[in-house]
Design a protein around this ligand. Sequence first.
Ligand code: ATP
Length: 299
Amino acid sequence: MSPTAIGLLALAASLAAVVAPLVALWVRRHIAKLDRDAALLQAIDDRLPAEGDKDGGDLREESAMLRAILDLSEVTVGQVMTSRRDIVAVEADLPAARLVDEILSSPYTRIPLWRNSPDEIIGVLHAKALLRAVRAAGGMAAGLDIDRIAQRPWFVPETRTLADQLQAFRRRREHFALVVDEYGTLRGIVTLEDVLEEIVGDIVDEHDPIVFGLKRQQDGSVIVDGKLPVRDLNRTLGWNLPTDGWASIAGLVLHEARSLPEVGQAFAFFGYRFEVLKKQRQRIAELRVTPPAGESDAA
Ligand code: ATP
């Protein structure tokens, strides 16, 4: 064997000696975590009330929340974010007075600012910061330096788990992040509320834009809560969706798609288009439904 080969072998052997214990440590920790999770799941199940126990509702809800907390490391930011096309953002170079109007007419507290194209977010404007700046300028919006009032955007990867995102929100003491894919392309936004809803279910804000689970859009489509009964949709919007075999609109899509779709996936059934906007745990939380041309007037 040549001296070079012997040298390489010796190097490989010493590398293996260093790496092997690290791998063993990782495997041991991983197994310990799996054991801990299994023990926790068992403990959660043990406190479940007996089947049919009418007073066990609170306990069942608590158990679902505890399970959801354990699931935070299985669910990614991309699965719960508000998708790109539903972001309310404002062009940074609008005259300041127009910008104030736009922000006041939006239901949201934090508004991304874009320049050149809606995908190029250069800052995030907090409605309160804007108010303070207007007051400091003697009530005059004209002449405000919006770039200075806005916060720098915080970009996070869509593949990050909710457990990690929750830690990141706490570390940075922020509630709002812009979600990007591996190429840095804007995919959506995620807020602390999106993560907390994963644990506690829907939180309805006092200014929540979803009224009874239904938001009509200017283009004739409707954003609906997945739990909304198909019958209610048909009645309210004069639609004609079939109601046999499923109660909710999410149930209809699951039935027709024959699998749990991803956020962003779209389907056409019965002449309607269904796009998945949000998922929560293993359910479709929000959808955009576009009716056939003739029926969009009803919306
Ligand atoms: P706050 O409760 O602090 O006033 P908010 O009500 O404006 O804030 P959040 O409570 O953080 O917003 O989020 C509520 C929901 O609204 C979340 O699903 C989030 O993704 C969405 N959301 C927040 N800001 C925007 C925005 N600018 N455009 C579109 N959706 C947004």
